[in-house]
Design a protein around this ligand. Structure first.
Ligand code: ARG
Length: 583
């Protein structure tokens, strides 16, 4: 059985076709739950969009649709409102029945998989080798992880790609430094990232200050590119040590990336000359001051001249863009991607726009391949400047993770002084990491957001702690009433009280919300949905006694508590956030 909103959508398009012919049937209606029950359950905006095409007044169009809609088993009544909206009231039986379906499917909450499954490559996290991950990496990692989980849940074949920066001239100095200081043993000991970070800083300093070292480092770059064995071996160890460290960070963050998802820049190294050849064949390659460039259509520099994207420097070196062209080619040809999603900060927007345009012009990405850049803003401190430590250093991701946990322990122990410290620590992981991630996911990703520990860890407001606590409270009813939640999976739902009805309508909205996230690639839509759901739950709980009610009403209300809890749990899970059993 399709979800209720899809049924309404098809009823509307059938009505449009009956009134105006099938050419107009595909007009995408906007179906929004109403804020006030006196306007029915849904407000539909469809007539305004059709008015222009049909050259008729929106109210007349709305009236024609209302006259033609088949109410069937789902719709109680339809009337026109305002300048041309259609207000729909659902049948009580339909609401109950759809909620029962959702309740009966603990795994998918009756959410059908997409009938158009795609192979979706999601390129995210992508930190750089030999550098510690910092606060800037959290956004790509957390947003990309949530999008991957949601797309997979909807039935797509998701291929995660961690495009780590593991190649480039900086490895000349890193390898040289490692050799000069006989540090290879250090590096090969797993988890020695601290020393790698030191290697990075110290070799950079030497590179800038010591001419002899800089010359040796430059030669090392050539050796590395030529495949010199010793150089390559050390490079590999540096990469491996970093990967172990990334993996540790991902585990601590409950991020689903594994070592198997890493396909670093070096993977494309031997494919870069071919990129240049293919660009030449496609007639796109131009020369500019000794360098090879392309001029993707539509990009102009400040003077209004066509803007070049360099693909090979005059010294023969390849660039970030060249690697991205090779990677996209590989993803389309080898991984058979229908859609490629890149999650990076918005400063790379132009880079991706130029890469995408080049891919189109070269014919490597045909129209049936969708390319999405998912840009996000900067994390700011309370002073509205990029978030830094007091001394002005960048904040390490590991430090943030540790602090989130520590603060969560403090909060939990203060709330429940008799909670065992070991238990508090366990819950603090779920709550602390959950809040850290949720703060990021719940803000409109394109905007900068202000990092504020107190706000993100608050038990009130749109936070993970509030939702996790709502979940715990839903489930506490079962403990209190000594009821096995499993006994309710086939309960009858009677969502009759207005507070029940409002909550159930919200529950039934989940498929549209997830589809919207997958389309717009905006996890915050799911966060807002959850926040609204939890608020509706709290008003339901206030107005509708659960344990004190009787008979079928009691069973139905208990079932609604369970369904809400599962929806919160499932949705948080899709955002990469766990739910505790108590807090
Ligand atoms: N390593 C890059 C950085 O730290 C991000 C890579 C993003 N992905 C890509 N295909 N370019 O900025």
């Amino acid at each position: 059985m399709p979800d209720i909103q899809s049924i309404i959508e098809s009823k509307l398009s059938t009505a449009v076709a009956a009134a105006f012919g099938s050419d107009f049937a595909s007009a995408d209606p906007l179906i929004n739950p109403t804020r006030d029950a006196k306007f029915g359950d849904y407000q539909v905006n469809i007539a305004m969009g059709l008015a222009k095409k049909l050259g008729q007044k929106p109210r007349d169009i709305a009236q024609a649709i209302v006259d033609n809609i088949v109410l069937g088993d789902e719709v109680e009544k339809a009337n026109i409102a305002g300048p041309g909206f259609i207000n729909l009231t659902l049948k009580q039986s339909a609401i109950n029945e759809h909620a029962e379906k959702m309740l009966g499917d603990s795994d998918r909450l009756a959410l059908a998989k997409t009938n158009k499954p795609q192979t979706v490559v999601v390129d995210f996290s992508s930190p750089n080798v030999a550098k510690e991950m910092h606060v800037g990496h959290i956004r790509s990692t957390v947003i990309g992880d949530a999008l991957s989980r949601i797309l997979a849940f909807l039935g797509h074949d998701v291929i995660k790609q961690n495009h780590v920066g593991d190649w480039g001239t900086q490895f000349g100095m890193l390898v040289q430094y490692t050799i000069n200081n006989n540090m290879i043993k250090h590096v090969t000991q797993r988890g020695m990232l601290k020393s790698i970070n030191t290697i990075y800083q110290e070799s950079k300093k030497l590179f800038d200050e010591d001419k002899e070292f800089a010359a040796d480092a430059r030669k090392r770059v050539v050796d590395l590119q030529a495949g010199d064995q010793e150089t390559k071996d050390i490079w590999k160890e540096l990469v491996k040590a970093s990967e172990v460290y990334f993996d540790d960070v991902y585990k601590r963050l409950d991020v689903s990336l594994t070592l198997g998802d890493i396909r670093g820049e070096s993977f494309y190294n031997d494919k870069l000359p071919q990129v240049i050849e293919d660009l030449k064949t496609a007639g796109l390659l131009k020369e500019s001051q000794g360098a090879d460039v392309v001029y993707p259509d539509g990009f102009k520099d400040r003077e209004g001249d066509p803007m070049p994207m360099i693909v090979r420097k005059s010294d023969g070196g390849f660039l970030y863009a060249t690697t991205d062209l090779a990677a996209a080619h590989y993803r389309i040809e080898e991984l058979r991607a229908d859609r490629i999603i890149y999650v990076t900060d918005s400063r790379q927007s132009q880079h991706f726009a130029m890469v995408f345009q080049t891919l189109r012009e070269a014919g490597w990405a045909k129209d049936n391949v969708r390319l999405d850049h998912v840009p996000f803003g900067t994390i700011m401190g309370k002073d509205k400047k990029p978030f830094k430590t007091r001394s002005g250093d960048t904040i390490k991701l590991l430090d943030l993770i540790m602090e989130a946990k520590k603060r969560a322990v403090d909060i939990l122990v203060k709330k429940q002084p008799d909670m065992k410290v070991s238990l508090a620590e366990e819950i603090a992981h779920t709550v602390g990491i959950g809040c850290l991630k949720y703060a990021d996911l719940s803000s409109d990703r394109i905007k900068d957001y202000i990092f504020d520990w107190d706000r993100m860890l608050s038990f009130d407001g749109n936070t993970a702690a509030y939702l996790q606590n709502s979940y715990v409270r839903c489930m506490a009813i079962f403990r209190k009433g000594e009821i096995d939640p499993g006994s309710l999976t086939s309960a009858k739902i009677l969502a009759e009280h207005p507070a029940e009805r409002a909550m159930v309508l919200k529950l039934l909205q989940l498929p549209q919300v997830l589809a919207g996230v997958a389309e717009a690639l905006e996890p915050h839509r799911l966060c807002n949905y959850l926040y609204e759901l939890a608020s509706l739950y709290h008003s339901f709980y206030e107005k509708c006694p659960v344990l004190k009610s009787e008979g079928e009403t009691r069973q139905s209300r208990l079932a609604l508590c369970l369904l809400t809890a599962r929806t919160i749990e499932k949705s948080l899970g899709l955002l990469g956030i766990q739910t505790p059993n108590q807090m």
